[in-house]
Design a protein around this ligand. Structure first.
Ligand code: ZN
Length: 245
């Protein structure tokens, strides 16, 4: 028997036969089979819904893990009531399912990052826009899986702020002097501060920056392009999310 604490990031219904859960844990993504989960009487039902953070007990069966019991630790109930929030959470799940969890000592950060983003999505105060939460996820997740941009300053002369552009493909900053062909996206100090904040600060603080609407849009373009380019994938769920806006 194994006991794991994890977030349900995928549910595949098997008609009356049960469901498969994809569970994001600190040390990896696990698939767990749930017998007859659709039956209202099933004692396992509550902790097996999408985006439930649950304590899960399972047994190793012939074809993988079979669920024994669950205990719900946290439900992000508001997300399921809002189409855009749900679409965004589904996008995060698709990205992590496609690319896995972080590397090296930071492997557990992927679960923490997803839980943090769900926590912000679940709040009703609108203090952080969906666009900022999405950008924070895209850039920080890219860092967690090894694509850390070089943000200290111009890659050639180390100029720290002012006239700088961010190049998606190399993840580098270049100043006007060292970028004669105008590569990348010009980033003003506010936008650069936001990018540095997301990538370099303590995980808990990655959404705690102020940004105006104009820079928020630029940040969104940069973060989405950066994730898509470096993971070499297009995500169906993000197309759906973008259509809702
Ligand atoms: Zn330079």
């Amino acid at each position: 028997m194994i006991t794991r604490t994890g977030l349900i990031i995928g549910v595949t219904e098997l008609e009356e036969k049960g469901r498969f859960l994809r569970v994001l844990c600190e040390d990896g993504i696990f698939e767990i089979y749930v017998r007859g989960a659709k039956k209202a009487t099933s004692k396992n039902n509550p902790g097996t819904e999408i985006f439930c953070y649950s304590k899960i007990c399972a047994t190793q069966g012939k074809n993988g893990y079979v669920l024994d019991s669950t205990e719900v630790l946290r439900q992000f109930y508001n997300i399921r009531l809002d189409l855009k929030k749900l679409a965004l959470a589904n996008f995060f799940a698709e990205v992590i399912t496609s690319n896995g969890i972080g590397i090296g000592d930071e492997r557990d950060e992927t679960l923490k990052l997803f839980l943090l983003c769900l926590h912000y999505l679940n709040k009703d105060d609108n203090e952080r826009s969906l666009s900022v939460i999405k950008s924070a996820f895209e850039l920080r997740y890219s860092c967690e899986i090894g694509f850390i941009p070089k943000l200290l300053g111009c890659d050639e002369c180390h100029k720290y702020d002012g006239d700088l552009s961010f190049v998606i493909e190399s993840g580098k900053l270049l100043c006007g002097v060292h970028n004669p062909h105008g590569m990348g996206t010009p980033v003003d100090n506010t936008l650069l501060h936001a990018i540095r904040f997301i990538c370099l600060s303590d995980l808990k603080k990655i959404c705690d920056f102020k940004i105006n609407k104009n820079d928020e849009k630029k940040l969104s373009d940069i973060s989405q392009s950066y994730l898509t380019y470096h993971t070499e994938r297009h995500y169906k769920a993000v197309e759906y999310y973008n259509r809702l806006n």
